[in-house]
Design a protein around this ligand. Structure first.
Ligand code: ZN
Length: 396
């Protein structure tokens, strides 16, 4: 199948004068100006009339098979459905477990990732969950990384959180060294995706580990770094020391200066918005609220929609160039997680594409060359969602 997308404003994520993209099958086959399809093919030509075309978004922290459970069985969140992901412009997700690794398992997570891949998007997973010693699919994390294609790291490993296992430095050290060697042998990033809670110690356990071991700072990707002002300052220090920082979108009940748009605007103004900063949604996880005594006072469920919503807000309100803000959910994520052929518009890369309308809202979405959303309408539904016609297609 050949598709020619014409007359677009291309952000690859860097802006380019080119305006046309040819997709052949699942791949970007050409990028240029005034392109046409060869005579011998019958393809589709789509005139984008000056709209913006960007790489599909990568969400590196999604509870795809459900999460939550902190307020008892009824607070477990449901599985995420395909169209919720694609409508948000997301074409690649990294699935993870969370607090609950008793009623949720890595087998469930892996199979859900396989299901979403079969339904059309690209998926990866982290091995493990909040607690250390971590649970793995095979006997060790190293084996998971080397032998299971979808496993790209460990996560989300919780520290400085009352829900964490309060791991010893030596336990974290052992985990990180397995992630490192497993990643090397498996050709993966092998990063440790670290959940930071509101606990007293903040990033201190990671600093201590770095001081006493030979593990490089880049082995860790701390997330939820915009959870508190203290943590954000620690995150900036970590960043300045060469580390990564992942911010969580959609924290609407946080003070304004901790929400993703404000943080990205601030980092951009201080020229700190580099390629080690990423944004993820924590989508489909529970959002428990605790009072000062640590008593649970309410529950919500995270949406993946907030990923683009917050980046769009950053661009519109903060005067941050689209190509700069966009990197935090495309090329930066692909680099940090070593996702091949992802996160950029390049010849030979996967045809994961998002068309944004004049208002920078997600209009059309292609995942590996297949149109999933057109004019904001879902074209491809997950197996058990949408209308019965779409369902019967799956099994015919
Ligand atoms: Zn988390």
């Amino acid at each position: 199948m050949w598709v020619l997308l014409k007359n677009a404003k291309l952000y690859c994520p860097e802006y380019t004068e080119n305006s046309d993209i040819v997709v052949v099958g699942t791949t970007i086959a050409a990028i240029g100006k005034n392109l046409s399809l060869p005579d011998f093919v019958e393809g589709e030509i789509i005139d984008l009339q000056g709209k913006t075309l960007v790489p599909g978004f990568i969400d590196a922290h999604v509870h795809i098979c459900g999460g939550g459970g902190e307020a008892g069985p009824a607070s477990r969140t449901p599985e995420l459905q395909l169209s919720q992901i694609t409508r948000s412009g997301i074409t690649t997700v990294v699935g993870c477990l969370g607090t609950d690794s008793v009623s949720r398992s890595l087998a469930e997570l892996l199979v859900k990732a396989n299901a979403l891949q079969e339904e059309g998007i690209s998926t990866y997973i982290y091995s493990g969950a909040y607690r250390v010693p971590m649970k793995t699919l095979l006997p060790t994390l190293e084996q998971d990384l080397v032998l299971i294609e979808k496993v790209i790291g460990a996560g989300e490993i919780a520290i400085s959180d009352h829900r964490s296992a309060h791991p010893q430095i030596s336990q974290l050290e052992q985990l990180a060294s397995e992630a490192r060697v497993g990643g090397m042998l498996g050709g993966k990033a092998g990063i440790v995706h670290v959940h930071l809670g509101e606990g007293k110690r903040g990033l201190q356990p990671i600093w201590t580990l770095l001081e006493q071991s030979d593990i490089p700072i880049t082995q860790f990707v701390p997330t939820h770094m915009n959870r508190s002002r203290t943590l954000l300052e620690q995150g900036i220090k970590f960043l300045l020391a060469g580390g990564h920082m992942d911010l969580t979108a959609g924290c609407d009940d946080f003070p304004e200066d901790l929400q993703v748009p404000s943080v990205l605007i601030r980092l951009n103004q201080s020229q700190l918005l580099n390629d080690r900063i990423t944004v993820s949604s924590d989508g489909n996880g529970s959002m428990p609220q605790y009072n000062e005594a640590g008593v649970l006072t309410g529950m919500g469920v995270g949406s993946v929609e907030v990923l683009w919503r917050d980046i769009r807000k950053t661009v519109i309100q903060g005067n941050v160039p689209l190509e700069v803000a966009l990197r935090t959910i495309t090329s930066n994520v692909a680099n940090v997680l070593r996702l091949r052929n992802k996160g950029m518009l390049r010849v030979g890369y996967d045809a994961d594409l998002v068309v944004l309308d004049e208002d920078l809202q997600v209009q059309d979405v292609w995942a590996k060359g297949k149109c999933m959303v057109r004019s904001k309408e879902t074209l491809v539904w997950g197996t058990y969602e949408g209308n019965s016609l779409a369902k019967s297609e799956w099994f015919s």
